[in-house]
Write a protein that binds this ligand. Structure first.
Ligand SMILES: [Zn+2]
Length: 331
């Protein structure tokens, strides 16, 4: 489980991160990071205890891993519609008229990096994280776009991808369901974002057609008194994020992409400040269980050829998926 609505500017990432700052702290993205952390932790414990079965995973005959329960299906529940294309209709309905003008005038070319809520009349587009119009830019893509990508790649990240057995075991690592609040759903937007916007072009992308496992969107009218969505514009959104993994009884609080309470002003960020779901921390955890033959993180990512090839094709399929921040470090 995770909470969070912030993203770190690309300038900050490139100047100070070296794998230690989490770029994107939107709840959807953090919950996927903590899921991958959970998998790594499971593998780490099995290796240490010399066991073939963990809490969630079991070892295969090829010394890789798969989910213990073959019938398990993965779902994500979000308390609001993910930012980006899936919720752009909600944004249009709720935005004050004066703000609409701001976004129109200060936006750059529509075909370039489509920032947050800029050109909110344009639908079916890849967008960056929303934020204040005057805030430093983050190239992190919206949760809609990232979840759309996961329909082709599954939710394993580069540190866990090769640990999981190819074939059925990897196909189980896709989100099968996306559960969203009924009242907030605009059906057209959801269908467009997660399928219609690329459906017609899919014929030209034979290489990735079989990778696609479309999300099934389920509605809920469950509401929690404690964790309800607040649309009060007078209230400021919270800077901190919570990461919570109940099976491990694990909680961590993040602020500005690092552990809450640590200084984000240090250049570079020191190791003690990083969170357990930062790129460097996840890499270190992988290295404790498996030999890694790359000297830098970017090289390591390039070597996961299958995942990389799918990602490149999906970016082309969705169009206007502009570059992201570079965050490299020695491993
Ligand atoms: Zn988001």
């Amino acid at each position: 489980m995770a909470t969070g609505v912030k993203a770190i500017s690309s300038r900050k990432i490139e100047q100070t991160s070296h794998g230690r700052i989490v770029h994107d702290m939107h709840a959807e993205v953090l919950s996927l990071r903590i899921f991958n952390f959970f998998l790594l932790k499971d593998v780490e414990e099995m290796t240490r205890m010399n066991e073939r079965q963990g809490r969630l995973l079991e070892m295969t005959d090829n010394d890789r891993y798969k989910l213990k329960d073959k019938t398990m299906e993965l779902a994500m529940y979000v308390t609001d519609i993910p930012c980006g294309d899936a919720s752009i209709d909600n944004v249009r309905e709720e935005m004050d008229d004066d703000k609409k003008e701001n976004w129109k005038e200060s936006s750059s070319e529509i075909e370039d990096n489509l920032r947050g809520r800029a050109f909110f009349g344009a639908v079916g587009k890849v967008r960056t994280k929303p934020g204040r119009i005057d805030s430093p830019i983050s190239y992190s893509k919206s949760c809609s776009d990232k979840l759309c990508m996961k329909q082709f790649t599954g939710i394993l990240n580069s540190t866990t991808y090769d640990l999981i057995e190819e074939g059925e075991a990897r196909r189980q690592m896709y989100l099968k369901y996306l559960v969203l609040p009924e009242k907030r759903i605009r059906v057209k937007g959801i269908e467009r974002c997660f399928y219609n916007r690329f459906q017609r072009k899919l014929g030209e992308f034979q290489e990735i057609r079989d990778c696609l496992q479309p999300l099934k969107v389920i509605t809920t009218n469950l509401s929690s008194q404690k964790f309800h969505l607040c649309l009060d514009k007078e209230k400021k959104s919270c800077d901190q994020s919570i990461l919570y993994c109940p099976p491990l009884k694990y909680v961590q609080v993040l602020n500005k992409g690092i552990r809450n309470g640590c200084s984000a002003k240090k250049k570079p960020i020191d190791k003690q400040s990083r969170t357990d779901v930062s790129r460097e921390a996840l890499m270190d955890r992988l290295k404790s269980t498996k030999e890694v033959n790359s000297s830098t993180y970017l090289q390591f990512k390039m070597n996961i050829r299958n995942l990389r090839a799918i990602r490149i094709k999906v970016k082309q399929l969705l169009g206007n998926w502009t570059k992201s921040s570079t965050d490299n470090f020695p491993i």
